[in-house]
Structures are given as C-alpha cells and as structure tokens.
Write a protein that binds this ligand. Structure first.
Ligand SMILES: CC(C)(COP(=O)(O)OP(=O)(O)OC[C@H]1O[C@@H](n2cnc3c(N)ncnc32)[C@H](O)[C@@H]1OP(=O)(O)O)[C@@H](O)C(=O)NCCC(=O)NCCS
Length: 161
C-alpha cells in the first residue's frame, strides 16, 4: 500500500535511511538524522505542499519517497528534487518502481514542472529506476564528494513533469 507519510512513520523512515548513511556511499550524510530532524523535514514538506509517500509491506513501512525544493531562489519554485529509499530488505521486487511512480504522479497532479535527482555512482538499481521512469541524464560531477575513503561521482538526471 502506498499512502501519504504521517508522523507515526518517522521511526521507520529514520531507520531505513540510517542504514544507508552508515553502510553505503549512496547518501553523503555521515551521521543519521535524529527523529526530531525527520519530524522537522516532514512538517516542512507539509507546509510547502510537497508530497511525501510511504510504501507499506506486510503492515510495516518498507520505503519512502519525497520531493523537496531543488534550489531556494524563486525562479526554481516549479522544480523539485526527488528522493527514494527502500529498506535494504525490500529492494529488487518492484516496490521502488511503484512508489517512485506514485510520487511522480503526485507531482504531475500538482502541476510542478521538473523533477531532478542525483545519485552516487555506481548505483545500478537507482540508475535503472530513474531511466525506466523517464528521467534523462544531465551530467556527472566527478569526485564531488569524499566518503568511506574515496572520492565519489554523482550523476544528475531530470524528468519533465
Ligand atoms: C533504488 C531503489 C529505490 C530501486 O527500487 P527497487 O524496488 O529496488 O527497484 P525495482 O525492483 O522497482 O526495479 C526498478 C528498475 O530497476 C531495475 N533494477 C532493480 N535492481 C537492480 C539492480 N540491482 N541492478 C540493475 N537493475 C536493477 C529493475 O529491473 C527495474 O528496471 P525495469 O523496470 O527496466 O526492469 C532501491 O533499490 C533502493 O532503495 N536502493 C537503496 C537506496 C537508493 O539507492 N536510493 C536512491 C538514491 S539516488
């Protein structure tokens, strides 16, 4: 089931993301955000009217996806940066495609104009998911971040909504 995120989902969201912060270079965070920080992010998304969805599997939150401002200056207002994370146990079974598709549908319904996504390379699942849902590559920042002992490249993609 895919539905809007609620404050009661934040502990699951915190735990899903903390795994990737600690064990991967998929995100450039070094320290997992606290529950309080997640609460502030969800509230801010609500105030902006940006969608934040969760996917439930067997009654538990197995992933989340949301849109946030791409950049702060006002001419960017119709462009959002999209993000998706599934529990590492829930990947590879089509859930990402369903959840991210629902997020894009919500953005289209809001008449937003462009979705932008960035991903540390390599990330075959994310690279494939974005292309499968109509994102086109914009370019790659080479060695733009340093994590877990090495320089990391980040590819950006965009999708007209
Ligand atoms: C990226 C992510 C959201 C994809 O969701 P998923 O449920 O695993 O992917 P799906 O099963 O829906 O598959 C989506 C597409 O990617 C492909 N894919 C999935 N896993 C793959 C893998 N490991 N290698 C290559 N392709 C893969 C699928 O074949 C499918 O493509 P298709 O529709 O053309 O057949 C999920 O793997 C995830 O949360 N990963 C960790 C966090 C992350 O990387 N987030 C994105 C940050 S940019």
């Amino acid at each position: 089931m895919i539905r809007a995120a609620a404050p009661g989902d934040l502990e699951a969201i915190r735990a899903i993301y903390a795994h990737y912060v600690e064990h991967t270079v998929i995100t450039f965070d070094f320290d997992p955000p606290s529950l309080e920080e997640w609460g502030e992010r969800l509230a801010a998304a609500g105030e902006r009217g940006h969608p934040w969805l969760v996917a439930e599997r067997d009654g538990a939150v197995a992933g989340y996806a949301y849109a946030a401002p791409f950049r702060a200056k006002p001419a960017y207002a119709q462009t959002v940066e999209t993000t998706i994370y599934l529990s590492h146990e829930a990947t590879g079974h089509g859930l990402g495609r369903a959840l991210y598709g629902a997020l894009l549908d919500a953005l289209i319904a809001q008449e937003l104009h462009l979705a932008v996504a960035g991903m540390t390379l390599p990330n075959p699942a994310s690279q494939r998911l974005h292309r499968a849902l109509g994102f086109e590559p914009v370019g790659t920042f080479a060695q733009v971040g340093f994590k877990h002992g090495a320089w990391r490249d980040v590819e950006f993609l965009q999708r007209r909504l």
